[in-house]
Design a protein around this ligand. Structure first.
Ligand SMILES: Cc1ncc(C[n+]2csc(CCOP(=O)(O)OP(=O)(O)O)c2C)c(N)n1
Length: 325
């Protein structure tokens, strides 16, 4: 075991993946000798050379076009988009090519070896274009997998699973946790399963669900509610696509109450998809309406970041409303 922050765990996973397979490549804006703006690829160019870890031009559509071509030809590309806010120029490549390549070629080609890493989320005073959480745009796209880790242990195990998975995977890295989340991480190779949620704390009165950096917030709200005698089951979704309906539905059947929290805006966020599915699966077990505690429906505000966030007080209020219903 070693103490690592989330960035170091990601760097460690990339190192293991590059060492095991010569066809694994890391590239993106400033990813080469500089090691990325957050240093996730630090030291990799030195170790594996300029042909395997390198800078691209500032053109996200090109990064993904290039990555799709490499993956189709048998390489294992790991493309970095410098901020998730800048993934939109590559939207066409991801949604129309990465996700559909296997289907449109009748399984003759696929880009399943592709992994896309990108820093995501707010809480760092990044303003409009360094704070967004765009998972829902991609969750609407069959053919992709989507993962969000909440700590260094998860980041390493889930990233190694993502890189080796047979489908294109989008790996959203909560940038607020890059240096803030520190924990024990095994130095050896391990994987955590994609598509599986993790029950972080067992409870019996209400189920709380989030992913990524939002986990800290629901855990804090759970502590407040527990002080009032409310027993909270806390679950980390970990994978947005595919998502673990069974674990969540089993929990809600047990507790009868359900609060979902996401950092992204409320409208058409992934929390809405979860709420719709769970009301269908658990209708007769629900004691109160499913609550969504989300970011406000505004562009991500710089000055009003605190007001925008679905913080622990808003989650706590939703728990109380659910209990009092
Ligand atoms: C579409 C998009 N992708 C990525 C970024 C992040 N970004 C901001 S500045 C910068 C580097 C710009 O370098 P250069 O074009 O050489 O201009 P310089 O600032 O060095 O004069 C990058 C990648 C961005 N702002 N927009």
């Amino acid at each position: 075991m070693a103490q690592m922050n989330l960035l170091q765990a990601i760097n460690n996973a990339l190192d293991i993946a590059m060492a095991e397979d010569d066809s694994t490549l890391c590239f993106g804006e400033d990813v080469g000798y500089f090691g990325g703006v957050f240093r996730a690829t630090s030291g990799l160019q030195e170790k594996y050379g300029k042909a395997r870890c390198f800078n691209t031009p500032l053109v996200e559509q090109g990064i993904l076009g290039f990555a799709n071509g490499l993956a189709a030809q048998g390489s294992r590309p790991i493309a970095e988009i410098q901020f998730a806010d800048y993934i939109f120029p590559a939207f066409d490549q991801i949604v129309n090519e990465s996700a559909k390549f296997r289907y449109r070629s009748g399984n003759e080609f696929d880009v399943g070896r592709l992994t896309i890493r990108t820093p995501y989320g707010g809480g760092i005073h990044g303003g409009l274009y360094h704070s967004q959480s765009p998972e829902a745009y991609f969750a609407h796209t069959p053919g992709l997998k989507i993962v969000v880790p909440r700590n260094p242990y998860q980041a390493k195990g889930l990233l190694l699973a993502a890189i080796r998975d047979d489908n294109p995977v989008l790996f959203f890295e909560p940038k607020r946790l890059y240096r803030a989340a520190v924990g024990e991480v095994p130095e050896e190779d391990y994987q955590l399963p994609l598509g599986k949620a993790e029950i972080v704390k067992q409870g019996s009165d209400v189920t709380l669900l989030a992913w990524g950096a939002q986990m800290e917030i629901i855990e804090k709200a759970a502590d407040m509610a527990e002080a009032d005698g409310i027993s909270c089951e806390v679950i980390d979704l970990r994978s947005i696509l595919p998502w673990d309906v069974e674990t969540i539905a089993n929990s809600v059947r047990k507790t009868g109450r359900f609060v979902i929290s996401q950092e992204a805006p409320l409208t058409a966020g992934f929390a809405s998809e979860i709420a719709a599915t769970i009301q269908q699966e658990c209708f007769l077990h629900l004691e109160s309406p499913i609550a969504r505690v989300c970011g406000l429906d505004t562009p991500y505000p710089l000055a009003l970041e605190k007001e925008y966030q679905a913080d622990h007080l808003k989650v706590y209020e939703a728990i109380k409303r659910s209990m009092d219903y």
